[in-house]
Design a protein around this ligand. Structure first.
Ligand code: GCW
Length: 674
């Protein structure tokens, strides 16, 4: 339950948290964010040092910790620290001498920056860093760093694998579960500053007065932690709860209804963040129902929240009713023509890849394709396609791979990270969203290791330059132990885990080959049903000659949605990175791979390799028995055993199925599926 905020006293024998002791705590400022900051530091230092330091109004002894803004603390003001360019959320941490006393100073322009700095300092202590000679300067790259909860009002969480929704709508607003505060603490500790409480497949009821009171109560808990509350808005709400007979964005009554609704929301929640909208996608209502565009719909909502400083995040995960030529192309086709027509307070929220949160996808071609529109990244923290919360898959390498991908739209170095942080096209409104993996389970995320995905998302949202390995090290030290005999093997497991999932579910660019609907186990044989693109055979296109989706210029031409240098690479079977081979090409089973093996053999060996990696992870974990508390050790061990069985299941089923199509023998030494 404590997540990475365990604040455990140093474990005997291990290279434990820093020996530096804070002797006095001075947090400048009054109720609200400063109180939350003070409480967190007291809690953290009490745990880490075996006792809370004295609180003071001013530094009066050596070894003090001084936290706040120049406005709130004359002692900070007198230091004259350069805080320019840090904005409201950035901070500095400095070892300094304050009125003759050696002091660690956390200084920021605004209280929230000081809170983030305090969490940074606690992280240093938790991971055993010395507190002397500090000179740290940090500010987030992105303005909006948020979680998207796919939580329904009945507490069912769509694609959630950690119990029920943590939002206890029935007991709100009267009962504020203390868990909400811990949620806010955990998120603030990694710099998350927004949360969308309800599912993008939205129920309009959340906008009724009864629910808005509940939302306001949650917002009150989030506020001292710098977290704004947002809601998913159902586009047809004016009809469902407003008594109108249309939701046409061009209709004056509809526009007025949304403006009035926004006024009502802001009267209750003055710092409300704004709306997230899924429209004209998977059956959701939207502006296209009235012959209007996504921009018409987004702008109408944006105008309603604009007077209050709110924003609209309009999702680009759309696909139309018609049978697609290539589903991967649809979002680009619908949105690129609208570039430049969205109002200033609209962000278009784009999933990392063009299909749907697969274990590996190339970056979405919209990144770089809409220079006049701020694009917001949508990652999935929950593991819809990576074994739910049962399989261990550390997703930071996936996030990192996408953020580092080079769109080449303005020459080399035009990374996806630079598209979303606004530096490529000069946007100030920037953001990133992670579909939350949080639920009512005692460990929040359904498994201990899934906490790392929440953590890593926040860390990368703050600074996309961090490496997934460094984040894994931090998280492991805070969550399990600073003992190198724990950190190294655990980080090794984490770093291998995502590639293992790619391998045993279908490597080399295979995608959407899982069971229909639930998306859990193997299902490369899935065919038939309501839509061609809800089958696996649509995506892998295996036949007697070969396998893969031809998205080259000779095929669906999806490659042309990328900038020329990228398109050329993806179009050329000899230059396409092998991890995307079957994403972009239909190749013969005998296609020669870089290893010298034919494709079929390579694919089979990847399935085996995936199972093998999981076996290794399981062994590594078994070797940590006694170094990790028994409860967590046993649960992870049990989950890894499940994962190994299921990796084997994926491998056996997939090889059996594809072999029935390829008709080729297994490479020498490979065990046949049972
Ligand atoms: O990945 C698909 C999921 C749906 C989800 C949808 C979306 C919220 O299977 O459960 O709906 O994407 O992102 O809108």
């Amino acid at each position: 339950y404590a997540l990475w905020l365990r604040y455990a006293a140093p474990d005997a024998g291990a290279a434990g948290p820093s020996a530096t002791r804070v002797t006095q705590l001075v947090v400048a400022g009054s109720p609200g964010v400063p109180s939350a900051t003070r409480e967190e530091l007291q809690r953290g230092l009490a745990g880490l040092q075996g006792g809370a330091p004295a609180n003071g109004d001013a530094v009066t002894r050596a070894g003090a910790l001084l936290v706040g803004t120049p406005a709130a603390s004359p002692q900070i003001a007198r230091l004259g620290l350069d805080l320019d360019g840090l904005g409201g959320e950035g901070y500095r941490i400095r070892s300094a001498v304050v009125d003759g006393h050696a002091t660690t100073v956390v200084a920021a322009n605004e209280d929230i920056g000081a809170l983030y700095g305090a969490f940074h300092l606690l992280r240093l202590l938790q991971t055993g860093q010395p507190l002397d000679g500090l000179d740290i300067r940090e500010a987030p790259r992105l303005a909006v760093r948020m979680l998207n909860h796919w939580d329904n009002l009945d507490r069912y969480v769509e694609r959630g694998y950690a119990g029920q929704s943590i939002w206890d709508w029935h007991r709100l607003p009267g009962w504020l579960d203390p868990r909400y505060t811990d949620y806010a603490r955990a998120n603030a500790s990694i710099g998350i500053n927004g949360t969308v409480l309800n599912n993008v497949n939205a129920n309009a009821d959340v906008l009724t007065p009864m629910y808005l009171d509940k939302v306001a109560a949650i917002a009150g808990v989030m506020r001292p932690y710098g977290i704004k509350v947002y809601l998913s808005a159902r586009f047809s709400a004016p009809m469902e709860i407003g008594g109108l007979d249309t939701a046409d964005p061009a209709d004056a009554d509809v526009q007025r209804w949304w403006r009035t609704k926004a006024d009502e929301v802001y009267a209750l929640i003055p710092d409300f963040g704004g709306f997230l909208v899924k429209a004209n996608s998977e059956g959701q209502p939207g502006p296209q129902d009235y012959g209007r565009s996504h921009a018409d719909g987004a702008n109408m909502l944006a105008d309603a929240v604009a007077p209050h400083g709110g924003i609209v995040m309009w999702r680009a995960f759309v696909y139309s009713d018609e049978e697609p030529v290539d589903r991967a192309k649809q979002a680009y086709n619908e949105f690129v023509p609208l570039d430049g027509t969205f109002h200033d307070n609209v962000l278009v929220q784009v999933k990392n890849g063009p299909i749907d949160f697969q274990p590996r996808e190339p970056f979405h071609p919209l990144f770089g394709g809409m220079p006049k529109t701020p694009l917001m990244m949508e990652f999935q923290i929950t593991k819809e396609y990576l074994g739910f919360s049962t399989h261990l898959a550390y997703k930071a390498p996936l996030y990192e791979e996408v953020l580092d991908a080079d769109t080449h739209v303005q020459g080399p170095g035009s990374t996806v990270a630079r598209v979303i942080d606004g530096s490529l096209d000069g946007h100030a409104l920037t953001g990133i969203a992670g579909v939350a993996n949080i639920g009512s389970d005692r460990n929040w995320s359904g498994s201990h290791f899934d906490q790392a995905n929440w953590y890593a998302f926040g860390r990368l949202a703050w600074n996309s330059d961090l490496s997934s390995r460094d984040i894994a090290v931090e998280w492991t030290r805070m969550t399990f132990s600073n003992d190198p005999a724990v950190v190294e093997p655990v980080v090794g497991m984490m770093m291998a885990s995502r590639e293992a999932v790619v391998d045993y579910t279908g490597a080399l660019g295979l995608h959407h080959v899982m069971g229909r609907g639930h998306h859990y186990g193997p299902g490369p044989w899935v065919e038939g049903g309501p839509r061609a693109d809800w089958t696996s055979v649509y995506f892998h296109r295996a036949d007697g000659n070969g396998i893969g989706f031809d998205r080259t210029r000779r095929g669906s031409d999806a490659v042309s949605q990328y900038a020329a240098p990228v398109a050329e690479v993806f179009d050329d079977v000899t230059r396409t990175p092998e991890e995307f081979l079957l994403w972009f090409h239909h190749v013969p089973w005998s296609h020669p791979m870089r290893s010298g093996r034919p494709l079929w053999d390579e694919l089979v060996l990847r399935y085996d390799r995936g199972v093998e990696t999981v076996r290794g992870m399981r062994e590594t974990w078994a070797g940590l028995d006694g170094r990790i508390d028994a409860g967590r050790h046993a649960q992870v061990a049990a989950f890894l055993a499940i994962q190994q069985d299921e990796a084997q299941w994926w491998r056996d089923a997939s090889i059996a199925y594809f072999q029935s199509i390829s008709g080729r023998p297994l490479p020498a030494g490979v065990a046949p599926p049972p």
